[in-house]
Design a protein around this ligand. Structure first.
Ligand SMILES: Nc1ncnc2c1ncn2[C@@H]1O[C@H](COP(=O)(O)OP(=O)(O)OP(=O)(O)O)[C@@H](O)[C@H]1O
Length: 471
């Protein structure tokens, strides 16, 4: 080791120490050996491929800062990665990173070519990152019936990680319903809390890839050691481990180690543990040790609140009727809702027009190709049967069960109010009934609205939905 290289690296360490916590410093920077200094290019030797990737993924900013501080703007950093396997002499392989020039990949013998440091602007908050998106917080996560249990369990975990009985915490739900947002909010809350915890968010896909690479490079031990040091492990989309037996086995050991040491484990999945196919039984049974909470599609009010929150963060004002229209129209998932909102904002600003109901209708039509924006008998039938949780066919059948008769009458009532169909045509759409049945249905519904407040509320709720469509 050259003396000069050692002096330069010591100075770098002095800078780095000010920007990372003690644990990260001893884990990630102490094992590095300075190898040589050529001009303003410092070569450091790192113990493994995994180690190198971790530095690149997580500490690129702080390394850049340190190099720049010590060697000036022309300073460069090069790595030498020690390879255990197939390199018994442990000779370093030279890995060169001409800074900011991703295309010049020199490849001498035994050289692996890596991505150079990215030219990113220094963001002090990212120096010790845990792969967490800082916008995903509890503050930006709207609460509703759809997520109340998961959210409050998440909050409890965030205030006492590893100590509550919610360990592991498993959050599951369909696509785009806010799983990642919620679990990252827990991570951010812990990270910003009073204790110095090592919080790590990783997608299952990345976990699998890192594990595979560590096998390839003979560094499984450093991979395992690393994950066993984490205080809070957040692992997203665990269903991705299905069928990957070796990774599952590794995860099983890491899981046990963390759990025994009262470290918090948080997972997400697209379905409840009982439906996770291709995962080992011993893992599945451990997933049930803690708490499993699901996320549902937010209801109308929650969707309105999500849109408002989003608008607030974008600094945009949208008329109330448009907000309600969007919330009514998009009931698939939150990501889609956000996509439509962004598209609407973009349309308005590109065409320099106000955000209006008309524009919203056009944007939604483009977004959801087959959306039906008019209220027709079929739409009414579908909405009413969903609302009363009955089978659509029953509305048209001869069934005389009380709850079905009422739902059928409500659907006829709305068909009369919101469509231009004649009484005869409405009767035809309900299994070939005649116009007097429709008149009777409308009369019955009107009477019940007068006398039964619960019924009145449910009719009003449905009415809102149809009104929105018929704008
Ligand atoms: N309750 C909520 N409040 C505010 N924003 C939300 C809420 N739920 C979801 N979102 C937003 O919806 C988008 C999609 O959420 P997220 O990526 O967390 O979903 P996911 O369930 O992890 O999706 P996937 O199944 O694709 O992994 C994000 O922008 C997120 O911020």
């Amino acid at each position: 080791m050259s003396l000069e290289a050692s002096a330069v690296w010591n100075e770098c360490l002095r800078v780095i120490e000010q920007h990372v916590n003690e644990q990260s410093f001893s884990t990630w920077f102490k094992p590095i050996n300075p190898v040589k200094l050529e001009g303003s290019s410092l070569t450091i030797q790192v113990p493994s491929q995994f180690f190198y990737e971790w530095l690149e993924d997580n500490y690129v900013h702080v390394l850049k800062l340190a190099i720049k501080h010590t060697l000036g703007p022309a300073g460069r950093l090069e790595y030498a990665v020690v390879v255990d396997k197939g390199n018994s002499s442990n000779q370093p392989i030279a890995v060169s990173y001409p800074q900011g020039n991703s295309n010049s990949k020199k490849a001498p013998v035994q050289q692996e070519v890596k991505t150079p440091f990215e030219m990113q602007s220094l963001d002090a908050e990212m120096l010790t990152k845990s792969n967490l998106n800082q916008n995903y917080t509890f503050g930006t996560y709207i609460e509703g019936d759809c997520n109340r249990l998961a959210r409050s369990a998440g909050f409890a975990v965030a205030s006492k990680p590893g100590i509550t009985s919610f360990n592991p915490l498993m959050v599951y739900g369909g696509v785009g319903l806010g799983k990642t947002h919620l679990v990252q909010a827990i991570g951010n809350e812990i990270k910003n809390g009073p204790e110095d915890k090592f919080v790590l968010y990783v997608s299952s896909e990345k976990f699998v890839n890192q594990f595979m690479d560590s096998i390839k490079d003979g560094n499984v031990k450093s991979f395992t050691n690393f994950y066993m040091q984490v205080d809070v492990l957040i692992i997203d989309d665990i269903q991705f481990l299905a069928g990957k037996d070796r990774t599952q086995e590794m995860f099983f050991h890491i899981f046990n180690h963390l759990h025994q040491n009262k470290k918090q484990i948080i997972m997400t999945s697209d379905c409840p543990p009982r439906d996770l196919k291709g995962l080992e039984e011993r893992l599945l049974s451990r997933f049930k040790w803690g708490l499993t909470a699901d996320l549902q599609m937010p209801d109308f009010e929650t969707r309105v609140a999500i849109i408002r929150k989003k608008m607030q963060s974008e600094g945009i004002i949208i008329p109330d009727d448009v907000v309600e229209y969007l919330a009514y129209s998009v009931d698939t998932n939150v990501r889609e809702l956000e996509g439509i909102l962004i598209s609407l904002i973009a349309h308005a600003s590109l065409n320099r027009v106000e955000i209006s109901l008309e524009l919203s209708k056009t944007v939604i039509k483009n977004f959801i190709k087959d959306i039906e924006t008019e209220v027709g008998i079929e739409f009414i039938q579908k909405s009413v049967s969903e609302y009363y949780s009955i089978h659509l066919d029953d509305l048209k059948a001869k069934t005389r069960k009380k709850e079905i008769v009422i739902a059928r009458q409500v659907a006829m009532y709305f068909s009369k109010e919101f469509t231009n169909h004649s009484l005869k045509s409405i009767g035809y759409h309900f299994g070939g009934r005649d116009h007097s049945t429709v008149i009777h249905a409308v009369q019955t519904v009107n009477d019940m609205i007068e006398t039964d407040s619960g019924f009145r509320n449910s009719v009003n709720e449905l009415k809102k939905k149809f009104k929105m469509r018929s704008y």
